[in-house]
Design a protein around this ligand. Sequence first.
Ligand SMILES: Nc1ncnc2c1ncn2[C@@H]1O[C@H](COP(=O)(O)OP(=O)(O)OP(=O)(O)O)[C@@H](O)[C@H]1O
Length: 243
Amino acid sequence: MPHPFPGITLTDASYSVAGKTILPGLTLSLTEPRIGIVGRNGSGKTTLLRLLAGLVAPTSGTVRLGGFDPAKDRKAALAALGILFQNPDHQIIFPTVEEELAFGLRQQGRSDAEARAMARETLTQHGRLHWAPASVATLSQGQRHYLCLMAVLAMQPATILLDEPFAGLDLPTQTRLIRALQGLPQRLITISHDPALLQGYDRVIWLEDGHVRQDGPAAAVLPEFHAEMARLGGLDADADLTG
Ligand SMILES: Nc1ncnc2c1ncn2[C@@H]1O[C@H](COP(=O)(O)OP(=O)(O)OP(=O)(O)O)[C@@H](O)[C@H]1O
């Protein structure tokens, strides 16, 4: 089923760095409400997400988000997309939780007072209002990750890109977040190694060495992906770093 928010289209988009092709020409039209990206370590998942978000420009081909180039029109990309990185320390810039949450909201044009009120409202929704004055440095890695997720959700972008959103989160927090994410009207594009998170997704793209190995509904792709991962896990040697 198509989604009311504009999709992201890649047309023969490739990405190379340091003489190495990480993604060959990919052509994808990402319009479904829930899209998962799976693949082994180093298969190109994060690179694809960075390309979709316009954080890097394709070496050749095009990426379009509702008609504009997210790498060139950064303002439009920031308004349309939210991204949760794997490592919260790449994302957090402010000393306190409230300031960190308010920052993104101010970037969207809200006054300082409005942004702070919304930051506190978000913390309340997540049962974390007591975190507001906390120094970010005193939070654990998992708590910092959760803060980044709350910051993205507070901004309510039309499309949310999540890179391993549950890394380091305890099970009760994961369970609550699965429910919270399921209820969101926005498009989610999620990288995850966790089958529970991608269950029921409209579409799952399985990347292998930058190529699309399979692309279809979660119910079709995930069982084959996990069977292949189990098969590889049963082999003696790991050829991860070859090539
Ligand atoms: N800036 C860079 N310079 C050189 N190689 C890079 C760079 N960025 C990514 N790569 C290489 O591109 C490949 C894909 O990396 P990417 O981070 O996209 O993989 P991934 O599927 O997200 O992996 P993981 O599951 O471990 O997060 C890897 O082999 C990585 O070493």
